[in-house]
Design a protein around this ligand. Structure first.
Ligand code: 5AD
Ligand code: SF4
Length: 468
């Protein structure tokens, strides 16, 4: 068969799978179920929406119960804990499969791009039916067809790709908000990070394709989008007609009907004045900025290959706060990078105290095989890391609490996102700065923007009430 596009080819295989699924349905006298479990970041969530979309087109019914006819884990490997989690879950899954040998178990995502992981899976987890990586997710329907029609294990991992295949069936988790990929991969090679090895080199999508996707989403009821990339600030540099991330944002703000724009993740080394200016001048861009610091020590930043200094970072924070006064700032910190001394750690605390982040994601350094940092001497002792980590949390929590109190009593706009799982007759949403707010209300509010009075601050979220 000759196909004009990759999308066309995948739709062909979706049809072929649908026929097989239909036969199985008839035999069993019920629909087949599929459970996709996502680990890791927003990009993996976005990928999973495609996987679910493709499975739904094939005729599977989506479920979140792993007692399903097909279970697919979309994995993350950014820290070793993420890998441990998968091995644990696989143990549990093998018991389920013993009772239902027809069940298909698949694994995909970042962890599959590590050879030692796939070797281990092949040796010790023989019940797995399907393995594929981050570069050939678009191929999923074809791989599924092979598995369904030939009844043997299917494995396909590519070393890399220059393809961008985005136009695949998708089932969005939320009807009113969506992630939008603007770029893939990463060229930064921070010395601790495995992402460039598992997600490949940086590739940007064409601005016109991005705009078209967002327009389609808006026509379909989406009011908030999150532009996704490992380093959105370097968006567009490798395009035939290069454009800056700030310029892309400017174009996105012009889309009628779109109410809120977020983006993730920014690298401080590429944060431009132009971007800060665009944020300042558009009401649609949410007042939220995630700017990973990792460490406040110049020496450690150099070892991490981050290309900025403590003072450079603090300057960026100052510029952002000056230009967008009530911006919600968040960051990532790694504790216990090889060679980190108490003095280095004090530098990190100093930047945190000066920057007054609204929230901080704190990570213990995790040694990732194949990265330069894994080979560095002076890996820090566990007890020292734990002690620093606890001290860090104290400072971070204290500041977050103080920050959240600053808005008490304000009336702010909230996008209501979901029913509150714990409180009856409550719904939950987010402020422009990304803080969560719980308010009394029902399902009819979901997907709408509401004015909310922030009555009570509870550490990391507010309790509020609708005001009209
Ligand atoms: N160990 C600990 N944290 C890490 N991160 C990335 N790699 C590692 C690692 N090896 C953190 C960084 C990054 C976030 C997504 O995960 O803080 O910003
Ligand atoms: Fe995890 Fe990074 Fe892969 Fe996202 S890109 S799933 S954070 S390893």
């Amino acid at each position: 068969m000759e196909f004009q596009t990759e999308e066309e080819k995948q739709l062909f295989y979706i049809d072929k799978c649908r026929e097989i699924i239909k036969q199985k349905e008839n035999k069993l006298g019920r629909k087949l179920t599929a459970c996709v479990v996502t680990f890791g970041c927003q990009m993996n969530f976005k990928d999973s929406e495609k996987l679910v979309g493709i499975l739904t087109e094939m005729g599977y019914e989506e479920t979140d119960d792993e007692h399903a006819d097909l279970v697919l884990y979309n994995t993350c490997t950014v820290r070793e804990n993420a890998n441990f989690k998968i091995y644990g879950r696989l143990g549990y899954l093998s018991k389920i499969k013993e009772k239902n040998p027809e069940m298909i178990v698949g694994l995909c995502g970042c962890m599959m791009q590590e050879k030692h992981v796939v070797d281990k899976l092949n040796k010790s987890y023989k019940f797995i039916d399907l393995i594929f990586g981050t570069h050939n997710l678009y191929n999923f329907a074809e791989l599924m067809y092979e598995r369904l029609s030939e009844d043997h294990k299917v494995e396909e991992i590519l070393e890399g790709t220059d393809k961008i295949v985005e136009d695949l069936p998708t089932v969005r988790k939320y009807s009113f908000k969506s992630g939008v990929n603007i770029m893939f991969g990463c060229n930064n090679f921070c010395s601790y990070c495995i992402v460039p090895y598992v997600r490949g080199r940086e590739r940007s999508r064409k601005p016109e394709d991005i705009i078209e996707e967002i327009k389609r989403l808006v026509d379909d009821g989406v009011v908030e989008i999150m532009l996704l990339g490992q380093n959105v600030n370097s968006y567009g540099k490798t395009l035939d007609k290069p454009i800056s991330f700030a310029e892309l944002l400017r174009q996105v703000t012009k889309i009628d009907g779109l109410k809120r724009i977020r983006f993730m993740t920014s690298h401080p080394k590429d944060l431009s004045d132009e971007l800060i200016e665009v944020m300042h001048s558009s009401d649609k861009i949410c007042k939220q900025f995630h700017l990973p610091l990792q460490s406040g020590s110049d020496r450690i930043l150099k070892e991490m290959n981050r290309h900025y200094t403590k003072d450079g970072y603090l300057e960026l924070v100052e510029k952002l706060r000056k230009s967008v006064p009530d911006i919600g700032l968040s960051t990532d910190i790694i504790v216990g990078f090889p060679g980190e001394t108490e003095e280095d750690f004090q530098d990190t605390l100093e930047v945190i105290e000066k920057s007054r982040f609204d929230s901080v994601f704190t990570f213990i350094y995790s040694k990732r095989t194949g990265t330069p940092a894994a080979e560095m001497p002076d890996q820090v002792e566990e007890s020292i890391i734990k002690d620093r980590f606890n001290r860090l949390l104290k400072v971070v929590n204290q500041i977050s609490n103080e920050k959240i109190d600053e808005k008490l009593g304000n009336i702010e706009e909230v996008l209501i996102e979901e029913k509150n799982e714990r409180l009856d007759n409550y719904v939950s949403g987010r402020l422009s700065n990304n803080t969560v707010v719980h308010v009394p209300g029902d399902d009819t509010l979901i997907g709408t923007l509401q004015k909310v009075k922030l009555n009570e601050a509870k550490g990391f979220y507010y309790m509020g009430e609708l005001v009209n």
